[in-house]
Design a protein around this ligand. Structure first.
Ligand SMILES: [Cu+2]
Length: 339
């Protein structure tokens, strides 16, 4: 047997499992999702649609209830972080509504500090969630009310001071407003695909992702980075994607202390809708976008259109290598069909 054959056989036998391709540069062990009370895999799709009723004038009213709670959460195996949470989770619930609805958000503060919900959207000054307009003390309640507009991929966060502290403690979440297809006949078909609950929307594989990070030793710099809080969660448990169906990611950056974050996909390109407020892409055919804090947008791609896309694991991550190695890296598990 020649040396060449030997090496070849040896390489084949010792072929590393997929995760060792980047070495063992991920966290060791597992986070206790049950103790945390939230699971990053469920968070991808567990939209909070609130409760819907009809106002006297016939308009639709959508009501959300949100509670603030101090809570220790495990952000990497064995690493606890003293978070301030909306509804016991970080990120907070992914609120979703339709353009034109009246929205009512009831906030109750069971935490130990004053807090608020500041929505990125169109609303009155007194509904802004800043000091003097909707920041509430422990034990208090506030009701924010405004119309759902403009449609897009937005966010909310606490706007109590100091702002950096309240944001980095975990007080933020997605706030998605679906377009009303009847209001924009020229783009009706596209708008229908964005409308949660429509048959056109059901074809899409939609994912809610918030890029965040944690300063575990309170030195004003982050020790852990993630998509949806838990370092390397989607590297250990890849996100299953059906090859024949399109994917839409609602992505927001709530990283504190670092000026930007980014999203990069392997083996594919996507269309990007900055802030989600348009129905035609603001960037076409890119494989990397950057977001400053509170910037957000919609990514659309499919693995089904390209002959080279065999089923398998396709990586996605921040393209700041430091962030990648400190937790912000995951995998799409592209399959022919989800069983
Ligand atoms: Cu706060």
């Amino acid at each position: 047997m020649s040396a060449a054959t030997d090496r070849k056989a040896g390489t084949s036998d010792a072929a590393p499992p997929h995760m060792q391709a980047h070495g063992a540069m991920i966290t060791v062990g597992d986070v206790d999702n049950e103790r945390n009370g939230f699971d990053p895999t469920s968070m991808l799709t567990d939209w909070d649609l609130g409760t819907v009723s009809t106002l006297p004038d016939g308009r639709r009213l959508r009501t959300f209830e949100v509670e603030v709670e101090d809570k220790e959460i495990e952000i990497a195996p064995g690493v606890m972080f003293p978070a301030w949470t909306f509804n016991g989770r970080v990120p907070g619930p992914s609120l979703r509504a339709m353009e034109g609805e009246r929205l009512r958000i009831i906030l109750r503060n069971y935490g130990s500090h004053p807090h608020s919900m500041h929505f990125h959207g169109i609303h009155a000054a007194r509904m802004d969630g800043i000091p003097g307009a909707g920041v509430i003390n422990p034990g208090e309640e506030f009701v924010y009310e405004f119309d759902a507009r403009p449609f897009g991929c937005h966010l909310y966060h606490c706007h109590a001071l100091p702002l950096a502290r309240h944001i980095h403690k975990g007080m933020y979440g997605l706030f998605v407003i679906d377009p009303d297809p009847e209001l924009r006949p020229e783009f009706r078909d596209v708008a229908l695909t964005r409308l949660h609950g429509s048959p056109e929307n059901a074809r899409w594989q939609e994912l809610a992702m918030v890029m965040n990070a944690f300063d575990t030793n309170f030195d004003g710099e982050n020790e852990f980075y993630a998509c949806n809080t838990i370092a390397h969660c989607y590297a250990k448990k890849p996100i299953r994607i059906e090859k024949s169906r399109p994917v839409r990611i609602y992505l927001a950056n709530l990283t504190e202390f670092d000026p930007i974050n980014s999203f990069h996909i392997h083996g594919n390109f996507f269309d990007y809708f900055d802030q989600g407020t348009t129905l035609t892409p603001t960037l076409k055919t890119v494989d990397l976008i950057m977001q400053c804090q509170a910037q957000r947008g919609i990514l659309e791609f499919t693995f089904g259109e390209h002959a080279d896309h065999e089923p398998g694991l396709y990586m996605f991550h921040a393209h700041q290598s430091e962030f990648t190695e400190l937790g912000w890296m995951g995998m799409f598990d592209v399959v022919e069909e989800v069983a």
